[in-house]
Write a protein that binds this ligand. Structure first.
Ligand SMILES: O=C(O)c1ccc(O)c(O)c1
Ligand SMILES: [Mg+2]
Length: 628
């Protein structure tokens, strides 16, 4: 499959965009006309630049408002088109995108419209060029792909075909399966865009919120499967109008863009028969993940006391210290927590002391970490073989590390990596009896990460492509300090212990989210348990002071669900909150924040409850702010 991208999708000068497009591995690009008009590069210069970079110029776009009920206007538009054909010849680009007109003077008579398109196609053909006609979702008369195909079909002209743009089709809720009825060689161009589900004017939605496949809510796998089945074999091109991307690092966005096409190609490949798509790429599968087994938290010298106190109340015991660095090994219920109190948090998060503690590593067990390295690299994600910080320079390469954000990595840990802890740390002698502790938890239920807004779409794509995680309904929570955008992702088929992550968006970049708690973005680790009242009692016996949840909250629970007063009283005693999703029930409690931005949660899922108690986020945050 050939890959392409419209220059409008990236930030920077045209030169910078082209360099990033080539570096990301694209085969070609669409010239977005305003980028060319505003560039000092002449058309021959641009053609030479593309050639040097090994890129083809796949499309020139957009040509607007071709048709008109006024014959003079139409004649002028044809003259304008000829001037664009001149440019295209110099660019070595043979396809012009003509989009349907949103104007009041747009032609509304299909016969006249077909005639005007035919006249343009004749003109293009004389120059050896082609016209790809696209229905904009907000076109005055033509706004569906079926309509654009009806006109193209009626014109029956070799230089006239359709351009399919997934946004215009899926944003309207149209059924894309009719694409199968269009002959593949009459689809002259394919533009792909995903988008988050939003209830807003479709033009505004399109111009500001499009994102890459795997970052939004459209079913692009089904869409791509229809296009493939139709027999289209031209480039798959991204056309993304997005305010954030337009202000973000060009190279990073281009790399995400290319990865999104690999991801989509793999998803489509799994849907279509091998004989109809001999060229579709699919990343190698990796061995299953077996749950979160370790966490590393950068506490810094200033915060490790508070962190250790909370860990102790959660039942964790200090199991050892590192010989050479200020690292402590804490263990409980099969989970290992490494507290990194070294100055500057040298291991994992240099330069991030302001809002410590920070969760810097999430360790997930897998039988074959190298299979994850291979899968990640196939999807153009950097994966590092990690040597543990061993006591005597000892190494353990049984860990593969993928960066989720600048601060936090997912570490896939193989069977041998557990022993590395033993080698690297001076373990306290056993026999003090605590190995017999009754576990308070069943393991890690989920991990919450604060994601900087300019990183949000990239993280979403990483988790969906490499880890095949599935996004669940996101909830925007109104809380004490503003709106918190939230999204949970879950590993499908993860059995009883799936990897679950909840993402909370914080404004800006990682290094600037000092005091993110005040804006809702807090990282956390949630432990699962089978009886939260017993667990809470054990925690209280260890000195845990529940977060005070106001009586109003329990009165409201009573009003909404009619829970028994005795149960509500027991919940209030331990600061336990409640949610239900029908049959399932959810009980959870929180620690106060440790430092500004980090806390622990204890959850009990009853009868398959699937959510995260998002409805309680505002009450939780208000209580944590009071406790700061
Ligand atoms: O927003 C627009 O005007 C516009 C222009 C060209 C396109 O291909 C498109 O999908 C949208
Ligand atoms: Mg388009």
């Amino acid at each position: 499959m050939r890959t392409s991208i419209a220059t409008v999708s990236l930030s920077g000068t045209l030169d910078e965009k082209l360099a990033a497009i080539a570096a990301a591995g694209f085969d070609g690009f669409e010239v977005f006309e305003p980028d060319f008009v505003g560039s000092p590069l002449s058309a021959p210069d641009l053609a030479a630049r593309a050639r040097d970079l090994g890129l083809t110029v796949d499309l020139y776009q957009p040509f607007r408002d071709l048709d008109s009920v006024d014959p003079d206007t139409f004649a002028r538009n044809l003259v304008r088109a000829e001037r664009k054909f001149d440019v295209m010849e110099q660019l070595g680009c043979d396809t012009l995108l003509v989009c349907s007109s949103p104007l009041p003077q747009a032609v509304r008579d299909d016969d006249l419209l077909t005639e005007q398109l035919t006249v343009l196609a004749d003109a293009a053909q004389r120059r050896g060029l082609r016209i790809a006609y696209e229905a904009l979702a907000w076109g005055a008369h033509v706004n569906t792909y079926r309509h654009s195909w009806k006109l193209v079909s009626a014109a029956d002209h070799p230089a006239l075909g359709v351009c399919l743009d997934s946004f215009h089709i899926l944003s309207r809720g149209d059924d894309p399966s009719g694409i199968r009825d269009i002959p593949g060689d009459k689809i002259f161009f394919l533009q792909l865009a995903d988008a988050p589900a939003m209830a807003m004017d479709v033009l505004q939605w399109s111009r500001h919120y499009r994102n890459f496949p795997g970052q939004g809510n459209f079913d692009l796998t089904a869409f791509g499967t229809h296009v493939q089945a139709a027999g289209y074999r031209g480039p798959w091109s991204l056309e993304i109008f997005n305010d954030t991307f337009r202000g973000s690092d060009t190279g990073r966005t281009a790399a995400d863009a290319h990865r999104s096409l690999l991801y989509l190609e793999g998803e489509v490949a799994r849907q279509v028969a091998a004989d109809s798509s001999p060229v579709l790429f699919e990343a190698p599968a990796a061995s299953p993940l077996e749950g979160v087994v370790s966490l590393r938290i950068a506490a810094g010298p200033g915060k490790d006391d508070a962190l250790r106190t909370v860990l102790g109340r959660l039942g964790f015991r200090l199991a050892g210290v590192h010989g050479a660095h200020d690292l402590q090994l804490w263990r409980h219920a099969g989970v290992t927590v490494v507290v990194d109190a070294s100055p500057g948090t040298v291991w994992t998060a240099p330069g991030l002391p302001a809002h410590l503690p920070v969760l810097t590593q999430i360790g997930v067990r897998s039988a074959d970490p190298e299979s994850w390295a291979a899968r990640a690299r196939a999807l153009e994600v950097r994966a590092r073989d990690v040597a543990m910080p061993g006591a005597d320079g000892g190494t353990d390469t049984d860990v593969v590390r993928l960066d989720v954000t600048d601060a936090t990595s997912l570490d896939v840990r193989g069977p041998a990596s557990a022993a590395a802890w033993e080698a690297a740390f001076e373990l306290y002698p056993s026999g003090r009896g605590w190995e017999d502790d009754v576990p308070l938890f069943t393991g890690v239920d989920h991990v919450g990460l604060a994601i900087p807004s300019d990183n949000w779409d990239g993280v979403m794509l990483l988790l969906r492509s490499v880890f095949a995680m599935e996004p669940h309904e996101g909830l925007d929570v109104t809380d004490a300090v503003g709106m918190l955008r939230n999204r949970a992702l879950e590993e499908p088929g993860g059995g009883a212990d799936p990897l679950r992550l909840t993402l909370g968006m914080v404004p800006g970049s990682v290094t600037s989210h000092l005091g993110a708690a005040r804006r809702g973005g807090i990282g956390h680790v949630a432990f699962g348990c089978s009886d939260i009242f017993t667990t809470a009692a054990s925690m209280r016996a260890r000195g845990f002071e529940p977060l005070p949840i106001p009586p109003n909250y329990y009165d409201d629970l009573d009003a909404r669900f009619g829970l028994p007063r005795a149960l509500l009283d027991r919940m209030a005693e331990s600061g336990i909150l409640y949610d239900t999703d029908g049959d399932g029930e959810f009980f959870h409690l929180f620690t106060p924040t440790v430092g500004a931005d980090f806390f622990f949660e204890v959850v009990q899922r009853v009868r398959g409850y699937r959510g995260y108690g998002d409805a309680n986020a505002a009450v939780r945050l208000a209580a944590q702010l009071r406790a700061m």
